[in-house]
Design a protein around this ligand. Structure first.
Ligand SMILES: *[C@@H]1O[C@H](CO)[C@@H](O)[C@H](O)[C@H]1NC(C)=O
Ligand SMILES: *[C@@H]1O[C@H](CO)[C@@H](O)[C@H](O)[C@H]1NC(C)=O
Ligand SMILES: *[C@@H]1O[C@H](CO)[C@@H](O)[C@H](O)[C@H]1NC(C)=O
Ligand SMILES: *[C@@H]1O[C@H](CO)[C@@H](O)[C@H](O)[C@H]1NC(C)=O
Ligand SMILES: *[C@@H]1O[C@H](CO)[C@@H](O)[C@H](O)[C@H]1NC(C)=O
Length: 362
């Protein structure tokens, strides 16, 4: 009897040991994943970004807790609204270095060539394109390839991009998925000349991912703030902001020496920095920023107005201010596209377009 009981006990013990061993393996796997996650600084992000759905829930904000949830968040809201108006007739082309006159409720004159000093007068014709489920994100068209109508959507933190064949496909939520090989972070990306440019999460490096060949190049930026929540753009949790304009490609970041906003001009062919411009404007005063026609525009911390502008070609501030949107909610992104002279905006879960209306300053 005692012998049988002892045997039973040791079998039980063996089973326990086996179970424990399995659990250890699982724990180890989880540990490995966590290390991976920590290394790519996901943790910093997870602690900060409220779950997208939490917005709809009254009470305490909830927090995103898994990588799956993040990729799920790429999906669109069921109740998404299809509010894009059809563009109106094109405006008149500009005459020898002056602005084109914008078309009525439509695109500005496609051939309007601006003079060197093209400053923004105002933003006109705001249009809702669609509603997104996520509060933070970036939506982009290629800012250089003229007949590419594809739209890409990047969540705040992921390795995946959604690719839509057109704005209509974005509105009907029909997309493909592109793996860009490294985790990206923030809302400062751009698609330019067939490549997706992004901050490699947790690092001081910018990646250029060729959407066609899938080739990845990286560029390390010295003396930039890139982690520990010392954001360039606090409202959108963005350390590096890529920008394309009539002059090519720029990179906006905050210096780790004095926290001022620095703009680097990039050489697209070699993917290297050709010059640095120290705007001396403190990152702490910046809500968001974009570049159009060689001028950096920075919004106030409520993202309601553009309150600072800096001529990057002349290397001095310019006296330009204009309204952007009513304060409130999260403005995740605003980017200018020299291809269609629109501002691409992600505001309070809506992706929107504004027509940029320039004045020539002569
Ligand atoms: C959008 O598409 C994804 C998959 O492509 C799907 O999982 C999701 O449910 C769709 N969202 C809506 C609102 O239809
Ligand atoms: C525009 O420039 C061209 C060439 O410089 C000139 O021939 C033409 O008269 C100009 N047009 C106007 C409207 O100024
Ligand atoms: C876009 O949608 C928001 C939220 O529904 C609404 O308040 C706003 O008026 C819309 N804007 C345009 C230009 O339709
Ligand atoms: C930017 O310029 C200011 C004023 O000249 C200077 O004090 C500051 O150190 C410069 N910052 C960088 C990052 O070069
Ligand atoms: C900036 O422009 C405004 C309006 O045009 C003007 O009132 C103001 O004096 C200008 N400020 C500077 C510093 O030039």
């Amino acid at each position: 009897g005692t012998c049988a009981l002892a045997l039973l006990n040791s079998v039980g013990l063996l089973m326990l040991l086996i179970q424990q061993n399995q659990q250890n393996v699982l724990l180890e796997q989880a540990g490995d994943r966590l290390t991976q996650v920590e290394q790519s600084s996901v943790v910093e992000f997870l602690q900060e970004v409220p779950r997208e759905r939490a917005q709809r829930n009254v009470g305490k904000p909830q927090y995103q807790y898994s990588r799956n949830k993040r990729s799920d968040a790429l999906e669109l809201d069921e109740g998404q609204e299809k509010t894009l108006e059809l563009p109106g007739a094109d405006g008149m082309p500009g005459i020898n270095g002056t602005d084109g006159i914008p078309g009525l409720n439509g695109l500005p004159g496609a051939d309007g060539k601006r003079g060197k000093r093209c400053l923004i007068k105002s933003l006109i014709n705001p249009r809702n394109v669609t509603k997104m489920e996520s509060t933070f994100g970036t939506w982009m068209k290629d800012t250089a390839v003229l007949n590419d109508e594809r739209v890409w959507v990047a969540e705040h933190f992921s390795r995946l991009l959604r690719e839509y064949q057109s704005i209509a496909a974005l509105q009907s939520n029909s997309s493909d998925i592109v793996n860009v090989r490294k985790f990206y972070q923030g809302c400062g990306h751009t698609v330019h000349g067939g490549s997706f440019y992004y901050q490699i999460a947790g690092t001081s490096s910018i990646a250029r991912f060729d959407l066609d060949t899938k080739k990845l190049l990286t560029l390390t930026v010295d003396d930039a703030l890139y982690h520990n929540r010392a954001y360039l753009l606090h409202n959108s949790k963005t350390y590096f902001k890529m920008a394309a304009d009539e002059n090519g490609l720029w990179l906006i970041y905050a210096s780790n020496l004095d926290e001022s906003i620095v703009v680097a001009q990039l050489d697209q062919k070699t993917f290297s920095i050709t010059s640095y411009i120290n705007t001396t404007y403190p990152r702490t005063k910046a809500g968001n920023a974009f570049i159009a026609c060689g001028v950096l525009y920075v919004t106030d911390t409520k993202d309601a107005r553009v309150t600072f502008a800096y001529d990057l070609l002349k290397g001095k501030p310019v006296n330009v201010t204009f309204d952007l949107r009513p304060p409130g909610g999260v403005l995740a992104m605003l980017s200018y596209s020299p291809k269609d002279r629109h501002l691409y905006v992600w505001d309070n879960n809506y992706v929107k377009l504004y027509v940029v209306y320039f004045i020539s300053d002569e």
